[in-house]
Each structure stands twice: as C-alpha cells, then as structure tokens.
Design a binder for this molecule. Structure first.
Ligand code: HEC
Length: 128
C-alpha cells in the first residue's frame, strides 16, 4: 500500500511539472517594441535588419554582435547594455552615444513604455 501511494504521488508531481513547462518560452513582444523598434530590429539570433539583432542584448557590450554596419561611435562607446544604459539610449540615443547611426529614431519620452521594452529585451536570450 505504501509503495502504491508513493508511485501515485511521483506520477502526480511529474504530470504537474510537465503541464507547467510553457513558462520557459520567450515572452511575446509588447506593443511598445512592435511600434517603436520592430521596423528595424528583430530579437532572433543573428537576424540583422536595418539595425542589429537584439538577441541577448542585455548584458552585452555595445557593438559586439556580427552586424556589419555599426557606426564607429557605437563600436567605440565602451558601453555595456544594462537597465540604465538601455533606458537612456531608448530615451535619446544621441545623448548616450554621439554619432550613432540609429536613425531616423526619435526616442521615447514615456518611462513606462521604455521599461516595458527594456524588460522585454532582458527576457530575450535568457532562455536555455
Ligand atoms: C530606424 C531604424 C531603427 C529603429 C526604429 C530602432 N533602431 Fe535600434 N538600431 C538601429 C541601427 C541602424 C543601429 C546601429 C547603430 C549604430 O551602429 O550606431 C541600432 C542599434 C541599437 C542598439 C545597439 C545594439 C548593439 O549591438 O550594441 C540597441 C540596444 C538598439 N538599437 C535598441 C533599439 C530599441 C530598443 C528600439 C525601439 C525602442 C530601436 N533600437 C529602434 C536602427 C533602429
């Protein structure tokens, strides 16, 4: 009897774990990203469009992907993309990196929208 209860218990735990797996999927893009970034950026690895792929951008050094058209300004900025640098760059690229080539992009004044985008970028590339 005891073994039977244990087996049922283990099966139950396994089933719960299996049903719960969708949490590891990448988050869907928020409207703010689709509206302001998607024309030029993809988050798929190596998928460079007008701008470089933003896969794994969080924690990366600026200008470190194999995108071919980086400006000298961005490549030599020495920046690492974290919450603060991404937020400021999205607010006003020119203020963070002089002579960057992210044009024509006008910046986003709304802090809430910027946070949605930064949180989204943070979630990209962190899945196994
Ligand atoms: C008009 C096209 C365009 C739009 C819109 C645009 N970008 Fe860019 N982005 C670029 C280009 C081109 C570069 C390369 C800039 C350079 O080399 O100076 C770039 C560079 C970047 C980088 C640096 C990447 C790296 O590898 O270091 C980040 C981060 C970035 N963009 C984020 C965003 C986000 C987030 C948005 C939306 C809020 C956005 N961009 C909107 C074209 C765009």
């Amino acid at each position: 009897m005891i073994t039977r209860d244990v087996v049922t218990g283990v099966a139950g735990v396994m089933l719960t774990a299996w049903v719960g797996t969708p949490t590891s999927a990448a988050e869907p893009a928020p409207a703010a990203f689709n509206n302001h970034c998607r024309t030029c950026h993809s988050v798929k690895e190596g998928d460079h469009r007008v701008g470089p792929s933003l896969h794994n951008i969080f924690g990366a050094k600026a200008g470190s992907s194999n995108y071919a058209a980086y400006s000298q300004g961005l490549k030599s900025s020495g920046l690492t993309w974290d919450e603060a640098t991404l937020d400021k760059f999205i607010e006003n690229p020119d203020q963070v990196i002089a002579n960057n080539n992210m044009k024509p992009y006008k910046g986003i004044g709304d802090q809430g929208l910027r946070k949605e985008i930064v949180d989204y970028l943070k979630s990209q590339g962190s899945s196994p």
